[in-house]
Design a protein around this ligand. Structure first.
Ligand SMILES: [Zn+2]
Length: 80
């Protein structure tokens, strides 16, 4: 067991947001032991596995497309 692991076990993980996937879904990394978490579809935190990394990258793509379309819509409505 490493000292940082003991620290996390005693005081809890020190999570920091490392990525905003969407407004609701974020990825977190523990500053001490580098454990990664993400928000799942229920809105609760779960370990960031390869499966969730795939889901998140798909979500991110969809979310960014939506944002872009919203921006274009706003742009065209300001012209007319
Ligand atoms: Zn930790």
């Amino acid at each position: 067991m490493t000292p940082t692991k003991i620290y996390c076990d005693l005081f809890g993980h020190n999570y920091q947001v490392t990525k905003n996937v969407t407004n609701h879904v974020k990825e977190y990394t523990c500053k001490c032991c580098k454990k990664q978490l993400t928000t799942n579809s229920n809105g609760t935190l779960t370990e960031l596995t390869a499966k969730y990394q795939d889901i998140n990258s798909a979500l991110e793509r969809i979310y960014n497309n939506k944002l872009m379309r919203l921006k274009q819509k706003r742009l065209s409505s300001s012209i007319y």
